[in-house]
Write a protein that binds this ligand. Structure first.
Ligand SMILES: *[C@@H]1O[C@H](CO)[C@@H](O)[C@H](O)[C@H]1NC(C)=O
Ligand SMILES: *[C@@H]1O[C@H](CO)[C@@H](O)[C@H](O)[C@H]1NC(C)=O
Ligand SMILES: *[C@@H]1O[C@H](CO)[C@@H](O)[C@H](O)[C@H]1NC(C)=O
Ligand SMILES: *[C@@H]1O[C@H](CO)[C@@H](O)[C@H](O)[C@H]1NC(C)=O
Ligand SMILES: *[C@@H]1O[C@H](CO)[C@@H](O)[C@H](O)[C@H]1NC(C)=O
Ligand SMILES: *[C@@H]1O[C@H](CO)[C@@H](O)[C@H](O)[C@H]1NC(C)=O
Ligand SMILES: *[C@@H]1O[C@H](CO)[C@@H](O)[C@H](O)[C@H]1NC(C)=O
Ligand SMILES: *[C@@H]1O[C@H](CO)[C@@H](O)[C@H](O)[C@H]1NC(C)=O
Ligand SMILES: *[C@@H]1O[C@H](CO)[C@@H](O)[C@H](O)[C@H]1NC(C)=O
Length: 458
């Protein structure tokens, strides 16, 4: 009797759970309401990891183990969701986060990150803030500079780090000499600079930015991190010790994505140059070949069949990759039909994976089998968010420009006179413990990075 009672109680509880909770994500890819309902659930799942609304939490940060750069990636997706779905529920949360993490000098070098920050971290945040510029997101108040000025500050600082001392140019991964990884010139740092310059050029109409973007891209091709052919390659980077000749040939979707997005902005900013269009097609061809299995997106370097070795960072790459595919489909209209098909198939696969967790709609890593693989976290949520919401990208105006819908105020010389830039001139006293702490943190990051990739060698 007792046993039966418990069983009955369990059944009732389970039924109640089913009634009160949404099990799985219903996604009709042709309906805006359906996409916005789905992404609203997914975004709420993402915010389960948000630190800024917890008691004593840090505004603009996600909880450990999520790094600062992933917060930058996450808010880029949330700005788009605000825009695509006309939903201002999280407008203040996003605004506060962007302001909290911009730092005292409005350059995305906040005090807590400065000593460990890499060019790629600052760059990913700048791509997100450029999204705020181009979506006409609520302008900063209280005498603060505009989002545009903040992106220009990042651009000016990153470009001031352009280094011709090795490999004929390029940015190093790390900003500071004492961080491990300083001798690595990686694609993502340079791809971010390339894309930031291309977007600033398109938005402001100042062709100096376009010239610099072209210079950065030419360097990526010269060192053969980017290989232009029908199925173009985008490799990860190389050490400066041997002049960047020993290339780490892993291909990650975020590298492809950020390069592709930069190319798309260049094509659009040059009024449809056929040179840039050809490059768009080549890198898109590579992206289609390497990161899609039967039109469904996957992170091929760490996901092979059911063998998954993706680390914390790599599990989020499909997020920024999806955003870049969406932007490309808008800025280069000839790519629209093929990209839209890839996004639709991937969004359906992603929805099929969102049946996990105690809430019944937590998303998984693999989208290939329309089932949940039990791998969950911030990266899985934001990737599902972005792949789904980019189906709406053609329903809204394209990224604004200064003379066409944008309202962000800029400052071409922002960011050039701060403590941070002075650090680069070795004018700041760095204590030994700062140095040691920073070295430990980057060593751990490097280990994780290598650990995630090492299985490939066998
Ligand atoms: C806006 O987003 C919130 C939070 O996800 C959600 O609860 C609400 O239903 C959304 N509003 C509309 C109109 O979709
Ligand atoms: C910096 O980090 C400390 C320790 O985690 C935290 O208490 C503080 O709020 C952070 N400050 C900012 C501005 O993020
Ligand atoms: C180093 O690499 C750059 C870029 O590929 C090249 O232009 C330069 O000639 C190389 N220098 C040496 C010494 O090999
Ligand atoms: C264009 O951008 C360059 C590079 O930042 C800057 O030096 C120049 O002042 C800008 N020109 C105008 C008219 O804003
Ligand atoms: C693109 O076209 C616009 C309008 O005709 C013109 O003002 C601008 O200079 C052109 N830009 C480039 C890079 O050719
Ligand atoms: C640039 O992007 C806009 C917005 O999607 C598009 O209408 C325009 O045709 C693009 N320019 C070219 C040359 O394709
Ligand atoms: C492609 O997806 C199928 C399942 O749809 C899977 O069996 C196959 O292993 C996948 N290929 C790779 C390279 O992951
Ligand atoms: C952009 O925002 C400004 C300030 O809120 C507003 O005046 C303007 O109408 C907005 N532009 C568009 C295209 O919505
Ligand atoms: C740079 O900052 C220093 C110290 O705050 C100030 O004295 C100097 O005038 C500034 N220079 C420019 C060009 O703003």
């Amino acid at each position: 009797m007792e046993t039966r009672m418990i069983t009955l109680k369990q059944i009732v509880l389970t039924l109640l759970l089913c009634i009160t909770q949404v099990i799985g994500i219903q996604l009709d890819t042709s309906s805006k309401d359906s996409i916005c309902d789905a992404t609203s659930l997914i975004q709420d799942g993402m915010l389960d990891y948000y630190d800024g609304t917890r008691n004593g939490g840090i505004v603009g940060m996600f909880q450990s183990p999520y790094y600062w750069w992933q917060a930058g990636e996450a808010f880029g997706g949330m700005i788009d969701n605000w825009y695509f779905c006309n939903n201002n529920t999280y407008e203040n949360l996003i605004y506060d986060a962007l302001i909290a993490q911009t730092g005292d000098h409005y350059d995305y070098m906040p005090g807590n990150q400065t000593m460990v920050e890499g060019n790629d971290d600052q760059g990913v945040w700048a791509l997100t803030v450029m999204g705020a510029v181009e979506r006409n997101f609520t302008n900063p108040t209280g005498g603060r500079p505009g989002w545009l000025a903040m992106v220009q500050a990042v651009f000016n600082q990153m470009y001031s780090r352009w280094d011709t001392g090795a490999c004929g140019g390029g940015l190093r991964w790390q900003i500071f000499t004492w961080n491990s990884g300083y001798n690595y010139k990686n694609t993502i740092s340079n791809a971010c600079l390339f894309q930031i310059a291309a977007r600033l050029g398109r938005y402001t109409g100042n062709t100096t930015y376009l010239d610099i973007a072209e210079k950065v891209f030419n360097w990526l091709v010269e060192v053969e991190y980017v290989v232009l052919k029908d199925q173009g390659n985008v490799f990860d980077g190389a050490e400066t010790d041997d002049n960047c000749s020993n290339i780490i040939r892993f291909e990650w979707s975020y590298n492809h994505g950020v390069v592709l997005g930069g190319l798309a902005y260049m094509y659009n900013a040059t009024n449809g140059s056929s040179t840039w269009e050809t490059r768009v097609q080549q890198i898109l061809g590579g992206a289609q070949e390497y990161f899609f299995n039967d039109s469904i997106m996957y992170e091929s370097t760490c996901q092979r069949g059911s063998t998954i070795t993706c680390n914390n960072d790599q599990r989020s790459f499909k997020s920024i990759f999806s955003r870049m595919l969406g932007l490309t489909s808008v800025l280069v209209p000839s790519t629209s039909s093929s990209i839209d098909n890839l996004l639709r198939a991937s969004a359906e696969g992603a929805a099929g994976s969102c049946t996990g967790g105690y809430d019944g709609h937590t998303c998984g890593l693999s989208w290939l089998t329309s089932s949940n693989d039990g791998i969950y976290g911030l990266g899985e949520q934001m990737s599902a968010l972005e792949v789904m919401q980019n189906l709406l990208i053609h329903d809204k105006p394209p990224p604004f420009k200064t003379d066409n819908g944008g309202s962000s105020s800029g400052d071409a010389s922002a960011g050039l006179n701060t403590t941070t830039t002075n650090v680069l001139r070795n004018e700041l006293d760095i204590t030994t413990s700062d140095r040691a702490g920073a070295a430990v943190v980057t060593a751990v990051i490097l280990l994780v990075l290598i650990g995630g990739s090492i299985w490939m060698l066998f």
